[in-house]
Design a binder for this molecule. Structure first.
Ligand code: NAI
Length: 332
């Protein structure tokens, strides 16, 4: 089957090609470097399926253009599907497949990496030592053992983070409308969001971005938190109101901030902008804080995860070709 694969980098090609051969029913993968937008959608013309990533735009106009070009399937190389208008896709007779759990541990370990880097100021120490500065002033850290960590969203990734941090001796508070049974085994305490905000030293976001979770962390939420709280977001950028965060950082309400995702990351992440002027003033302001550590949506980026994403994507495509629906469908 002819598949137009958007937002592809060298690493995507490598893992998708390998999975395509492994699957034994090779699809014709047409690699397109551009992000999927209203302008680039026409490049998929006559491809029955397209393959998209997190910052590809799959809103109504794009889906309409794709449907007009005879595309009937969207294969997402991601777990999250907040970038797809699922109602419009269904209306245009398109099915959508995703990769529900490629390697929750990859994201969980990166999350804990951000927490440790911030709690021990490793990002600052790295730069100092390279400059021959071995002074310790300003690098004072704190132990994770005995600290309370609030996990918002305890699906596959949230549970993995909870498991690792309970091993560090943290008390784990968990908020999820559908808490999984594994939480009890880890010793995590399910609780309302307000209690989690009030009692946590570290708060980590692992819920999907939906209408209900958009700007879940806003000014009102920050006011309920402990002064100096550590906030970690490896979920989706728009779970937090970035401007409220900046105020929180300015006035010390937020003591540490670790981000792998950003509300407006679509124009920045996954590309080298080092020789250009940064036009995003909000992002630029975030970079001025010494207690902020940002990675560019790389929590998923491990050999294990890319391999699993590629295999499941092939399985979704093959199931659609044979049975008219992906292996892991997602609907409105
Ligand atoms: P999942 O579907 O296993 O778990 C999500 C959990 O969030 C579910 O238990 C659900 O009940 C809960 N939830 C839903 N609404 C909620 C709310 N209002 N408050 C609290 N919890 C709520 O998803 P998984 O695999 O754990 O991924 C979580 C999110 O992580 C994805 O939606 C995606 O946005 C993000 N992600 C980020 C990656 C990165 O590289 N930074 C990579 C993969 C996922």
């Amino acid at each position: 089957m002819d598949v137009a694969v958007f937002s592809t980098k060298g690493y995507d090609r490598q893992f998708l090609d390998e999975a395509n051969v492994r699957a034994g029913t090779p699809h014709t993968l047409r690699y397109i470097e551009a992000r999927l937008t209203a302008q680039s959608a026409m490049l998929a013309r006559d491809a029955p399926a397209i393959c998209a990533f997190v910052n590809d735009v799959l809103d109504r106009p794009v889906l309409q253009e794709l449907a007009g070009g005879n595309t009937r399937m969207i294969a997402l190389r991601s777990a999250g599907y907040n970038n797809v208008d699922l109602n419009a896709a269904a209306e245009f007779g398109m099915v959508v497949g995703r990769v529900p759990a490629y390697s929750p541990v990859s994201v969980a370990e990166h999350t804990v990496g951000l927490i440790l880097a911030l709690s021990r100021k490793i990002h600052k120490a790295y730069v100092r030592v390279r400059e021959g500065n071995f002074a310790l002033d300003g690098l004072l850290g704190f132990d994770l053992k005995g600290r309370t960590v609030g996990i918002v969203g305890t699906g596959k990734i949230g549970v993995a983070v909870a498991g690792i941090l309970s091993g560090f001796g943290c008390r784990i508070l968990a908020h999820d409308p559908a808490p999984p049974p594994e939480l009890a085994m880890i010793g995590a305490e399910p609780c309302p969001l307000e209690q989690l905000f009030r009692e946590s030293d570290i708060i980590s976001l692992h819920c999907p971005l939906t209408a209900a979770t958009y700007h879940l962390i806003d000014e009102a939420a920050l006011e309920q938190m402990k002064k100096g709280v550590m906030l970690i977001n490896t979920g989706r950028g728009a779970l937090v109101d970035t401007r409220a965060l900046i105020d929180g950082l300015k006035f010390g309400r937020v003591g540490y901030l670790g981000l792998d995702v950003y509300e407006e990351e679509g124009d920045l992440f996954f590309e080298n902008h080092s020789d250009r002027i940064l036009h995003d003033d909000v992002f630029a302001r975030l970079l001025t804080f010494p207690n902020v550590l940002i990675t560019g949506h790389q929590a998923f980026f491990t050999v294990e995860a890319l391999s699993a994403i590629a295999s499941t994507t092939m399985a979704n495509l093959t199931a659609f070709e044979r049975e008219g629906r992906p292996l892991h469908p997602v609907g409105p």
